[in-house]
Design a protein around this ligand. Structure first.
Ligand code: SF4
Length: 349
């Protein structure tokens, strides 16, 4: 099995485990947990993201619908007044031309999440609901089922970036449990601020091998742009970095949370081909469905399962006869089941 295939399957297991067990160190937590995968910033993408959410506020977030609010919409919706006001008086200057704000106002009004009216030449706005403070903490997990020395070196650099930036409240590494007395991951040279988690993917259980340090998300972050390679100990060049201000970080965190809210982690099926006759869903423990390709004889990755797959074969039309054209065969059922489960994680939608 290729590394990509192994990592994809492991990543799905981590997501499911986090959804059931998070937080691993607190049994009394009343936070709601939302899990997503493959999200981050332009510079850094995390494998798994766990959002710890205020349960009641998460329910109120549902007022704004299942689709994410991007930065322009957030600016309008989060600052909209409770009484009718001219939009330029009501909103802080966005730092970019007002015409983009007008566009966001129209978009928000069309989505039904903002009230808008015209008074003469002026657009006035009024909020429908206050935008809730629903995200308590953001946790990033890097998945490395088999952490050999070269993977550990690459991972160490990524984790150092995360720790210096402090965009997530915690960063973790998840790796596969072994039978060794000391888990090999603990012998690698990873930043001590990162937590270490080992997972038994068959039983879907996990052990914390090392607890992470909480990162200073409200302080300025340091973005590492370039570092000396240290090759043969001769690279004496200086590291390059820049600062990230706390307001920008808070904004970025909220944008990531919004994208996680929209996508969850089951959305992997959206980029696959469940309309292929070889597509199936397998659930070993009855609770976690994973994609399975009969042509490959294993769990296929989202990258493999696309329009360019040489084994792709459209499902026979007869599979669709009962609900054509929306239903379809086993792949269609898997998609609908995953969508129902994704929706269930977002209360009050
Ligand atoms: S044959 Fe290709 S397209 Fe069809 S399910 Fe398998 S990986 Fe996906």
């Amino acid at each position: 099995m290729s590394r990509e295939t192994a990592e994809f399957g492991f990543e799905l297991r981590t997501c499911r485990w986090a959804e059931r067990e998070w937080p691993p160190d607190r049994t009394d937590s009343d936070d709601a947990v939302l899990v997503a995968r493959q999200l981050g910033t332009g510079r850094r993408r995390w494998d798994t993201i766990v959002l710890e959410c205020d349960r009641e506020a998460l329910g109120r977030r549902a007022n704004f619908g299942p689709t994410r609010l991007d930065s322009d919409l957030l600016h309008v919706v989060a600052n909209a007044p409770s009484e009718w006001r001219y939009y330029r008086d009501a909103l802080p200057h966005p730092g970019y031309p007002w015409r983009y704000v007008r566009e966001a106002i129209h978009q928000a009004a069309d989505r039904g999440i903002l009230r808008r009216r015209k008074r003469g030449n002026r657009i006035e706005i009024r909020r429908r609901w206050p935008y809730p403070d629903w995200v308590t903490r953001i946790v990033a997990i890097e998945n490395k089922p088999d952490l050999d020395a070269s993977a550990a070196r690459a991972l160490a650099g990524q984790l150092e970036y995360d720790v210096a930036m402090a965009l997530a409240d915690e960063v973790w590494v998840a790796t596969k449990q072994t039978d060794e007395a000391v888990e090999p991951v603990l012998l690698e040279d990873l930043p001590i601020e990162a937590g270490v988690l080992t997972l038994d993917t068959d039983r879907l259980t996990g052990d914390v091998e090392w607890f992470p340090r909480t990162l200073a998300v409200e302080d300025p972050g340091t973005r590492i742009l370039e570092r000396p390679t240290g090759t043969d100990g001769r690279d004496a060049s200086a590291a390059r970095f820049e600062y990230a201000d706390p307001e920008g970080k808070a904004q970025k965190r909220l944008e990531i949370a919004e994208r996680a809210y929209e996508r969850g982690w089951r959305s992997f099926v959206d980029t696959m081909r469940p309309d292929c006759r070889h597509f199936e869903g397998h659930a070993r423990d009855g609770t976690h469905i994973r994609p399975y390709c009969r042509a490959h004889g294993r769990c296929q990755t989202a990258a493999e399962c696309g329009g360019s797959c040489p084994e792709f074969e459209p499902e026979p039309p007869i599979w669709r006869t009962n609900g054509w054209p929306l239903e379809g065969g086993p792949g269609g059922s898997v998609r609908r089941l995953l969508e129902r489960r994704r929706r269930r994680r977002r209360p009050d939608l």
